[in-house]
Design a protein around this ligand. Sequence first.
Ligand code: DGY
Length: 327
Amino acid sequence: MTRPKVFISRKMRDAGLDLVLEFCDADVWDEEMPPTRDVLLEKVRGVDGLLSMLTDRVDAELLDAAGPQLKVVSNHAVGFDNIVVPDATARGIPIGNTPGILTDATADIAFALLLTAARRIVESEKYIREGKWKTWHPSMLLGMDLAGKTLGIVGFGRIGRAVAKRAVGFGMRIIYYSPGAESEFGAIKMNSLDELLHESDFVSIHTPLNDSTRHMVNADFLSKMKPNAVFINTSRGPVVDQAALYEALKAKQIFAAGLDVTDPEPLPLTSPLLTLENCVIVPHIGSASERTRDDMARLAAENLIAGLKGERLPHCINPEVYENFQK
Ligand code: DGY
């Protein structure tokens, strides 16, 4: 029996790679940088399956370059803003993603950023290395408390709720804005985003990136936050208008920000955000723990293999393909 041909656009963890290699002939991209668009279009030509990363744009052009034999695209991420889903659905191609397994790792990073920004950890560390630590002083490097303060969560899905769970242990009051989402961990539902912004000492974003959330965090949003508020984003960079965030942080209109995601990624060294003491930035490491990346690789492999076998994907973001098409 001929083995299916697949392209894997980055070398992923063995936990998933080994599963794919058992079943398929895989071309694995193992360079430091991702394939360029032209290379990607060339690499997918004639494959039965594509295992894509969040850095690859999957759209009509790429699906057509692959050809009509393409059976499945498995995205090695829970987010899928890199994929033009209707283009895949129109061609009857199921798209897999990796929900659930990176919830805790991402909530941990959101909370790490929250503590780091509130208690000025990066600035304090730099203070020592720059030889500024001369003595203890009652007013040295003062930050913001968590206990008794209000955490506002925008988007109360899996990760938002996992952040709420952590906040309970820190004695925070939790509010959220997320139409349709039920309360958990004692979180109080807000009727509007404005209401949440007015009440929150900390605001953490957990929405997907789409047309309604792009630049949701703009000058207007930031102007409604409390003067000592801390802003956290672990969702997607383009949810934030970075120029507006820079102005708000520079003018000390809010206290600090912690970002795991930026626009673009990587963030250029010329970004003005990097000149600010009150902005902590890490390079999209929300899911970057060994176990989580093993689990993501495994689930991405399982989605890929199911699609190649013509079976329903364990996690499919466009299940309507199963109603419309028989592939
Ligand atoms: C995802 O899976 O969408 C994450 O952003 C990766 O860390």
